[in-house]
Design a protein. Structure first.
Length: 326
């Protein structure tokens, strides 16, 4: 029997519904007040003076955030994506804000010829880069049984092939020129765990991580470093419009994160700036999770018990103490 005392047993039975409700209800976290987002640059002004950074997907979202931070630290940035009008607007905005020139280069990372032309432009306007950030991405939610071959390729061509094509094109040129550089890829925490309903993205991002760790081992001899950031959920317009179009999942996301809030582009940008800087010259082949603790929160079998109140813990303790035998 769970408990030999019938009075205690009846009390526990009456309160069990409340305990179950607690464990299955998403309550808004209050701990976020202890973890305010700080998007101010943590590196010294001028850290990137004289350096060139090439950022794919640099016109919006995380790419824009990283470009802004690197530019503010003195880098000459070249941003690339398919939408030249968006790029030009972002480039002008950041240049005006930081006083350092940002160049816009049209590039379709799915097409090696387009990448070759974009890199030619990069070299013409700024020279070979000291920093390469593979940030171009695509994603949408869908039951996997509804995915077509074209839908699969839409994501994997951008995420995996695009990262590989950009890396190979620039890597070969850097090796030939005997110039060192820091490469950084932006993936996701579910590249490690896997995730339903975003299977093409999960598979492609996992491939990107293996690409980076493999090249960290192989191309270090040429002066090339490779690292990866796995962001947790960060609310950017582009990502959330395809991954949470109704807005119904955001509260649930936040409740799963021990820090109690979503991340911000500036926080990712700070980590990116460090990893690509000379301060991180001994960091290569690293995959760094930046998710407010979400991954470990989801991984632990009993982590939902953090929702249990003191009174409910007292009830469960009584139940446990009343248990006899194995």
């Amino acid at each position: 029997a769970l408990c030999s005392n019938p009075i205690v047993f009846n009390w526990m039975h009456r309160n069990m519904k409340d305990l179950i409700k607690t464990l299955t209800t998403e309550n808004g976290p209050t701990q976020a007040k202890f973890f305010p987002a700080n998007e101010e640059s943590m590196l010294l002004p001028g850290t990137y003076k004289g350096k060139v950074a090439f950022i794919t997907g640099g016109g919006t979202g995380l790419g824009k955030g990283m470009t802004t931070t690197l530019s503010a630290l003195g880098a000459e940035c070249v941003i690339a994506s398919r939408k030249l009008d968006v790029l030009k607007k972002t480039a002008e905005e950041i240049t005006s804000q930081t006083g350092n020139k940002v160049h816009a280069v049209q590039c379709d990372v799915r097409d090696p010829k387009s990448i070759e032309a974009a890199v030619d432009q990069l070299v013409d306007v700024a020279g070979l880069p000291d920093v390469v950030i593979n940030n171009a991405a695509g994603n949408f939610i869908s039951p996997s049984e509804k995915l077509s071959a074209n839908a699969w390729r839409t994501i994997t061509d951008i995420v995996l092939n695009g990262t590989a094509f950009v890396t190979l094109e620039l890597g070969k040129r850097l090796i030939l020129a005997e110039k060192g550089a820091a490469f950084l890829a932006i993936t996701t925490i579910y590249a490690e765990s896997g995730s339903g309903f975003v299977v093409p993205s999960a598979a492609a991002k996992a491939g990107v991580e293996t690409l980076c760790t493999s090249l960290a081992a192989e191309w270090g001899r040429y002066g090339l470093r490779f690292n990866v950031i796995q962001p947790g959920p960060i609310k950017t317009k582009g990502a959330f419009s395809r991954l949470d179009p109704t807005g119904m999942f955001e509260k649930g996301m936040i409740s799963r994160i021990p820090v109690g809030r979503l991340g911000t582009p500036g926080e990712i940008a700070n980590l990116a700036a460090y990893l690509c800087s000379d301060y991180a010259s001994w960091v290569s082949g690293a995959i760094i999770r930046m998710d407010g603790g979400e991954y470990v929160s989801l991984a632990g079998e009993f982590n939902d018990l953090r929702k249990v109140t003191k009174e409910q813990w007292a009830m469960m303790e009584t139940m446990i103490r009343g248990t006899k035998g194995s």
